[in-house]
Design a protein around this ligand. Structure first.
Ligand SMILES: Nc1ncnc2c1ncn2[C@@H]1O[C@H](COP(=O)(O)OP(=O)(O)OP(=O)(O)O)[C@@H](O)[C@H]1O
Ligand SMILES: [Mg+2]
Length: 496
């Protein structure tokens, strides 16, 4: 790509960007939230047209008007938010996107192709399963298969690991290394510096739409990359003061919950969360975390057991009723449940809160108050967007996340249920949000935090439950020496 520039409504997202990638290379793309990474890759994939600059493949200039053309040129992309059809099977999804799927008996032909193909790459996936039955890692493998089967020489992965479990990340890395060995090229976007250092040959750093620098991973380190990205030294400064916990806010007793597949996913879970406490649930994703968050916030039915907020029974009452008891929720799948993508930023700033007195009078929204609130949220949580009138789907991934967190935190909830609050955030924003969670704790809220990131769990939590296969293996105080065994407990091989 040479001299690429792109503006939206007169505001530059990419400015004069030039870089190249060669066969067998894995290039990392790094930059703060809103730096222009996704935009640049969308241009390469033909989703956007650049205002200036050109793309060359094998030294010949090409114009890419849409993804069909980029696929024909051997470019594939796995988006930050997956684009699979949930009610179709893996095979049907692959057939739908394949460039020469026949009109008659489409899946028969594709199955043949896939069988030849899986002889050369090792994807371990059941083709007959429906997409909704797959874990995030499996869905991502489907996206990668789609791209490779279309003959991608260059694969673009936009934050591929933020939704994966550590095991799935390992599997992804081995697929990428296999691709590299076969001469494919990969562009890999991530906020996790360890991963970039581990996977990539070279890194390109964007800052506010421009190239801030590039380096071979063997000649650089995490600290220099972070400095290049932010333009200053990044020092993680998170301090959890000792605070005595207050009254009990949440109590869960003998909770049993069924999963989407009609099998029990939570088995006899009991715990409490108190004021001034962050209670962490550590575990490999898919062990019941999502169902627990959904049961507490009223999205999923409890088969048996009791859930109480401030001693009031809220078991199987409506999400709205539970919200009115002071329970906020940062959901795991934020594009599906956390926002209304087609609405404006200011509408999204009060989602679920539109019935509150401060925002509505009789049946009408008080638009001035709503908009003021949205502006304050943007300022307080560094949400970078064109204006409060932007459609939320045009915000960068990390900025959507900041808006959701800001909205839920700013309500000063009695209980915040937060699933992976720092997914997709850059290093600076991660530190900022973790400090906000500690501030909530200090001012008397209770926080139920789900995370796979052990560093995050250890940094923030007063007590930590380890979940495996729908059961708590143990509930430990921070500082408990048995925390050394947390990895074993997460794998289910130890109960204390
Ligand atoms: N379709 C669009 N319309 C208007 N503005 C857009 C559009 N797409 C991107 N932008 C703006 O361009 C800027 C760069 O966004 P981009 O999504 O490329 O960032 P990013 O580096 O991928 O960030 P993140 O790490 O948060 O995903 C942002 O300010 C965003 O709001
Ligand atoms: Mg992005």
């Amino acid at each position: 790509m040479r001299g690429i520039s792109k503006s939206f409504h007169g505001i530059p997202a990419n400015q004069d960007i030039s870089f190249s990638i060669e066969s067998g290379e894995i290039l990392g793309l790094l930059g703060e939230n809103g730096a222009g990474k996704t935009t640049l890759m969308n241009i390469l994939y033909g989703l956007y047209q650049p205002d200036a600059g050109e793309i060359r493949i094998n030294d010949a200039p090409v114009r890419i008007h849409n993804p069909l053309e980029s696929i024909a040129l051997g470019i594939g992309m796995v988006h930050q938010h997956f684009m699979l059809i949930q009610n179709h099977s893996v095979l049907e999804n692959i057939a739908l996107s394949h460039k020469d799927t026949p009109f008659f008996f489409p899946t028969v032909k594709i199955r043949e192709k896939l069988e030849n193909f899986s002889a050369s790459f090792d994807f371990n996936i059941d083709l007959t399963k429906k997409i909704w039955q797959l874990s995030a890692g499996e869905q991502q493998r489907v996206e990668i298969i789609k791209a490779l089967l279309n003959g991608a020489d260059l694969l673009i992965l936009d934050e591929p690991t933020s939704v994966l479990t550590p095991q799935e990340i390992k599997e992804l890395i081995s697929i990428l290394k296999e691709m590299k060995a076969k001469g494919h090229m990969v562009i890999f976007i991530s906020h996790k510096l360890d991963e970039i250092m581990d996977i990539c040959d070279r890194v390109l750093v964007l800052q506010k739409g421009k190239i801030a620098g590039s380096a071979l991973t063997r000649d650089t380190d995490k600290i220099s990359l972070a400095r290049m990205m932010v333009g200053r030294d990044v020092v993680f400064n998170i301090q959890r003061e000792k605070i005595d916990r207050g009254n009990q806010i949440l109590s869960v007793e003998h909770l049993n919950v069924m999963g989407d597949k009609g099998l029990p996913v939570l088995k006899d879970i009991s715990f409490e969360v108190f004021e001034n406490e962050i209670f962490g649930v550590a575990g490999v994703s898919g062990n019941g975390q999502r169902e627990l968050a959904e049961a507490v916030t009223g999205i999923r039915k409890a088969e048996s057991g009791k859930i109480r907020i401030n001693d009031r029974d809220i078991t199987n009452t409506s999400p709205r009723h539970i919200y009115d008891q002071g329970v906020s929720h940062v959901p795991e799948e934020r594009i599906r449940f956390g926002i209304a993508p087609g609405l404006f930023l200011y509408d999204n700033a009060i989602l679920k809160q539109h019935h509150l007195k401060k925002f509505s009078k009789r049946y009408f929204l008080k638009y001035k108050d709503v908009k003021d609130h949205a502006k304050n949220l943007m300022d307080d949580f560094n949400v970078s967007a064109h204006s409060i009138h932007s459609q939320i789907r045009n915000l960068s991934g990390g900025n959507i996340q900041k808006l959701i967190l800001g909205r839920e935190i700013s309500e000063k909830p009695q209980l915040l249920v937060a699933s992976h609050p720092t997914y997709g955030l850059d290093v600076g924003a991660t530190e900022f949000m973790r400090n906000h969670l500690l501030e909530l704790r200090k001012t008397g809220s209770a926080v139920l935090l789900f995370s796979e990131d052990l560093e995050e769990i250890f940094e923030l939590c007063d007590r930590i439950a380890v979940i495996f296969d729908g059961e708590f293996m143990a509930i430990l105080d921070s500082g408990d020496r048995r925390l050394n065994d947390i990895g074993l407990m997460m794998a289910g091989s130890k109960r204390i």
